[in-house]
Design a protein around this ligand. Structure first.
Ligand code: DHB
Ligand code: FE
Length: 313
């Protein structure tokens, strides 16, 4: 069966994409950001997912503002790169996994989450920037990616709770797919930022750190947070973080935090990034680890195979 082995969250600041495309990653300002993803690239090269599910938001690129689906799943064979005003980013097209995507559509819709299905869709910086941060700039992305676009641009976005429960439904869907596939789910956007209006430039690091802590340990608490609280504490665009809860809902209740990175700012935004691994699982059951008699903290590290690395700058 297919299984979700881990979740990754990361900001998707478009200026990060511009820094890559314009060969500016070695400038000190950008080095500070890219350094934070070096370990993540090593981690994902070892994890070797067969498929990534990329939860992101479209910024009026594929859908314009005429049609705004709440949840839109990419079921196509490939997804072109959107022109966001400067021509399409020079990154590889995103190849999909139509079989698994259709399976997820069937399972999740019959579980009463009404997805919009996109047999043709372009993807913007919301997806391509996290792909660059995790995979660098290869000729081809190393695995198929199933895009899941979430409306966070026009009120009302889905609630955090709805997102968390959608994550659970996605996990159930993946686990009922017969082929053995290792799946990693990305939740993207955030962290605190506000791009326009009197509070433009708002960053709330205290809120962001608490969000990261709760994402690992107490996601159900986060799932209860209202849109007003996101907007008040993390800025209007901070509401993008509801997408991280889809990722978290698709993981085990107990996860191992493998890595965390936080830096301020990139463009207008606090950049946050976390990698959470499911504990080893066989046929849906937690596999007892030889370290099971050790104290909890040691088990956590043993399961992770390494200490939790945290980088702040
Ligand atoms: C910025 C951040 C975003 O998430 C986005 O979608 C657009 C702009 C910014 O920081 O400038
Ligand atoms: Fe955004």
């Amino acid at each position: 069966m297919a299984r979700i082995i881990a979740g990754v969250s990361s900001s998707h600041v478009p200026a990060i994409g511009a820094a890559i495309d314009n060969h500016r990653t070695n400038e000190p300002y950008w080095q500070r950001v890219f350094r934070g993803f070096e370990r993540s690239k090593e981690w994902i090269a070892k994890a070797k997912p067969d498929v990534v599910i990329g939860v992101y938001n479209d910024h009026a690129s594929a859908f314009s503002v005429e049609i705004i689906p709440t949840f839109a799943l990419g079921t196509a064979t490939e997804f072109g790169i959107a022109d966001e005003g400067w021509g399409p980013r020079p990154v590889p097209v995103v190849k999909g996994h139509p079989e698994l995507a259709s399976h997820i559509a069937q399972s999740v819709i019959l579980d009463e989450f009404d997805l919009t299905l996109c047999n043709k869709m372009e993807v913007d910086h919301g997806l391509t920037v996290p792909l660059n941060l995790m995979f660098g700039s290869p000729q081809e992305w190393p695995c198929p990616v199933i895009p899941l676009a979430v409306n966070v641009v026009q009120f009302p976005p889905p609630t955090g709770n709805r997102c968390f429960n959608l994550g659970r439904a996605i996990r159930k869907a993946v686990e009922s797919y017969p082929e053995d596939l290792k799946v990693v789910i990305f939740g993207t956007g955030g962290m605190s930022h506000q791009i326009s209006g009197p509070r433009a430039g708002l960053i709330n690091s205290k809120f962001d750190h608490a969000f990261l802590d709760n994402l690992t340990k107490n996601p159900k608490k986060l799932a209860q947070m209202s849109h007003m609280e996101y907007m008040r504490e993390a800025g209007a665009e901070g509401v993008e973080m509801v997408m991280w809860l889809i990722m978290r809902g698709a993981l085990d209740e107990q996860v191992d935090e493998i890595y965390r990175f936080y830096t301020v700012p990139a463009s207008n935004t606090a950049v946050g990034h976390i990698i959470l691994e499911n504990r080893r699982r066989v046929a849906g059951k937690a596999k007892p680890s030889p370290a099971s008699k050790k104290p909890a903290a040691k088990i956590k590290r043993a399961a992770a195979g390494q200490k939790v690395h945290r980088i702040r700058s």
